[in-house]
Design a protein around this ligand. Structure first.
Ligand code: GLN
Length: 313
């Protein structure tokens, strides 16, 4: 399958921006103090096709921190590094049905294994990065995420500092994982690496390219670099389907029929396998921590562009 004709895609992307721009629902995340200060009205939509077509409207060049949208990409890099079977065994692939920062999810799990889309599993995922020490591991993650984006990504030092000053819950989760032997590096150093990865600056345009790389068997549609093998894309997308929007992943799938991933800074990605990647940026979130305008846009464009994976056509 392909995306509809370019002029049709262009018109629908523009229509989504006009339609959902005025929506005033939701609130910026504020448990990371720096995120509360981001202007709430910002709204960008970018769609990247697997052959490199780009459709952008609104604030698609505004940089924000990637937050949880880093999770599927780091999981992809770890699958590539240690193999998908080892990754599944060490990290898990079932949804928790609980909020992204849940400690209860770890206690209810078997052996402290959750999934790579929630904080517990994501910190464990980052702990598996190859390298002798924290700096090597960090470099592996930063360079890998940069290859997905097709450019060198940098940390937002202010957001990183802000999150580190309010990171007691993630540090606690990581320590709890070590009691279960389900984290694979020093828990506090792994939490630091995870927090750095969440603080990388991206734009909606970057995220669209990253999502399109997952839609394209791991080949970045702009740089043509093969970042991960095709087999890993399908596993990453499966975990995004079960857990990408945390406890609302069922509602999300019911609405869009597509793998997606959200982050607390207001970004969101949607992957249409073989067709392209959609990214949105709009900071106000719903109660589960998912961008309100992002979800409206994804639902609208999935329907109008015919992207739902379960549609019979
Ligand atoms: N860095 C954030 C945290 O760990 C990411 C959470 C998110 O985007 N949902 O709390």
């Amino acid at each position: 399958g392909h995306l509809p004709a370019p002029e049709q895609v262009r018109a629908l992307v523009d229509e989504a921006h006009t339609r959902f721009g005025p929506c005033a629902e939701g609130r910026n995340a504020d448990y990371i103090p720096a995120l509360a200060a981001v202007p709430s009205h910002l709204f960008g939509i970018c769609l990247a096709g697997t052959s490199g077509q780009m459709y952008a409207v609104g604030d698609t060049d505004h940089a924000f921190t990637i937050q949880s949208i880093s999770k599927p990409f780091v999981f992809a890099l770890i699958c590539q590094s240690i193999g998908e079977d080892a990754a599944r065994r060490k990290l898990g692939v079932n949804s928790t049905g609980l909020p992204f920062n849940s400690v209860i999810a770890v206690e209810r799990s078997t052996g402290g294994v959750t999934n790579p889309m929630v904080n517990a599993g994501a910190i464990a995922t980052s702990s598996l990065a190859p390298g002798a020490g924290a700096e090597d591991k960090w470099r592996f993650i930063r360079d890998g995420l940069s290859r997905f984006a097709g450019r060198a990504l940098e940390i937002d030092a202010a957001v990183y500092a802000s999150e580190m000053s309010a990171n007691q819950r993630n540090a606690g989760i990581a320590k709890l994982l070590s009691a279960y032997d389900s984290i694979y590096f020093d828990p506090l150093e792994a939490t630091d690496i995870y927090t750095r990865q969440c603080s990388l600056r991206v734009t909606a345009r970057d995220l669209a390219v990253m999502a399109a790389t997952l839609a394209n068997g791991g080949v970045n549609p702009l740089t043509r670099e093969s970042v991960i093998d095709p087999i890993h894309c399908q596993h990453v997308l499966a975990v995004m389907v079960t857990a990408g929007l945390y406890e609302n992943s069922g509602d999300w799938l019911y609405d869009t029929g597509l793998p997606g991933k959200s982050g607390v800074s207001g970004g969101m990605i949607v992957v249409a396998p073989g067709k392209g990647g959609l990214a949105t940026f709009a900071p106000p979130l719903d109660a589960a921590g998912n961008s309100v305008k992002g979800q409206l846009t994804a639902r609208f464009l999935s329907e109008r562009l015919g992207l739902n994976l379960f549609a019979s056509r």
